[in-house]
Design a protein around this ligand. Structure first.
Ligand SMILES: NC(=O)c1ccc[n+]([C@@H]2O[C@H](COP(=O)([O-])OP(=O)(O)OC[C@H]3O[C@@H](n4cnc5c(N)ncnc54)[C@H](O)[C@@H]3O)[C@@H](O)[C@H]2O)c1
Length: 327
């Protein structure tokens, strides 16, 4: 028996998930919903599914699970409505653009039995898997230097509208906040400074994060850096050792004995796999079928929003580092 899947939000990301899900025979895509009829119709036709308007239409098709791939500000309301109907939910990031809504989702998921998985696809990208494997094998990161940039903030059209995006960092930096927590440890407090340089939103931001075990991490993010590679880079500092990644497939481990170790490029069969979408969707279907906790769950999702809420508070008000809410 498979999982009947519906999707809400047939834009760029929704269509990627439809393509990733099509590689998993256990996922039956039954409906695709979008506020724009043509968008729903075109994506549904490509997926061999019915075009829908909303969750009501998807419910009528008997879905077991929904993918929420709407612009950020709509995630909270639609996810809560889907959980109310008893559907399993895969939500694109961010969990919500507001800590109160994130709390409501977390509490609902804690109370119920539905699977809730957050779209932190980078955890499945080859470079970050490599870092994680070395940490599991004993590499202890004491501190880190991390950055992620965008070349511009022109796509999607709502990216620079804070009322829809929640803020620049809810789009891309949120992925690195999750990776820092996953690879180094949960973030306990945040200092941040930001500048509005090329767009109306803060688009140049530097964060200082204190992770569990008093591990300092510097994270910078820029929304207008040109698209020159690497867009993202992580350097983890261990005991006379450096574990580094660039973008999704370049990695290097240097040590006192091997200071000139070469960069390695890790292979992926295609772009959807390189970005982690194929494996994250497969993991979600596993969790739906087996009733097991998803690999990126509601507590991870909540933590990332709590870190960003603390960061934006510190950007706006200045002053001492802001503790990251745990409840
Ligand atoms: N994990 C990743 O790598 C990644 C990459 C890109 C985008 N995303 C996330 O995916 C989500 C979608 O981003 P996108 O780039 O596909 O945006 P998009 O603008 O291309 O698509 C959004 C779609 O939602 C539809 N829509 C808007 N409001 C709606 C509503 N109220 N009800 C129904 N449909 C509505 C739009 O018509 C559009 O088709 C965002 O949350 C974004 O942060 C994740």
């Amino acid at each position: 028996m498979g999982v009947k899947v519906g999707l809400v939000g047939a834009g760029a990301m929704g269509r990627k998930h439809l393509r990733a899900l099509a590689t998993d025979a256990r996922a039956e895509i039954v409906g695709v919903a979008d506020a724009v009829e043509d968008a729903a119709r075109a994506a549904a036709a490509d997926a061999g599914a019915a075009a829908c308007r909303d969750l009501d239409d998807l419910a009528a098709l008997g879905v077991d699970a929904v993918f929420v791939t709407l612009p950020n500000v709509h995630h909270g309301r639609v996810v809560l409505a889907a959980l109310d109907r008893g559907f399993h939910v895969f939500s694109e990031k961010p969990m919500a653009t507001d800590l109160g809504e994130a709390r409501a989702i977390r509490d609902r998921v804690r109370r119920g039995r539905a699977v809730y998985q957050m779209g932190f696809n980078r955890r499945w990208a080859p470079a970050y898997r490599f870092l994680r494997r070395h940490i599991d094998a004993g590499f202890a990161p004491y501190s880190a230097n991390v950055r992620i940039n965008d070349g511009d903030m022109l796509t999607p059209s709502w990216y620079t509208d804070v009322a829809v995006s929640g803020g620049f960092m809810y789009d891309t930096a949120v992925h690195l906040v999750d990776l820092i927590a996953w690879l180094i440890g949960p973030v306990e407090s945040v200092s941040a400074i930001g500048r509005r340089s090329c767009y109306p939103d803060y688009d140049d931001i530097a964060l200082l994060l204190r992770c569990r075990g008093d591990r300092p991490v510097a994270l910078t993010t820029c929304g207008h850096a040109s698209w020159a590679a690497p867009q993202e880079r992580m350097e983890l500092y261990g005991d006379h050792a450096l574990l580094a990644s660039e973008d999704l497939d370049r990695v290097r481990l240097t040590t006192r004995d091997l200071p000139h170790a070469e960069w390695q490029r890790l292979p992926a069969p295609d772009e959807l796999t390189l970005w982690g979408y194929v494996d994250e969707d497969r993991a979600f279907i596993d969790a739906c079928l087996e009733g097991t906790p998803p690999p990126v769950g509601v507590e991870d999702a909540f933590h990332s929003v709590a870190v960003l809420a603390a960061a934006y508070e510190n950007i706006r008000r200045g002053g001492a580092p802001v503790p990251v809410s745990r409840d």
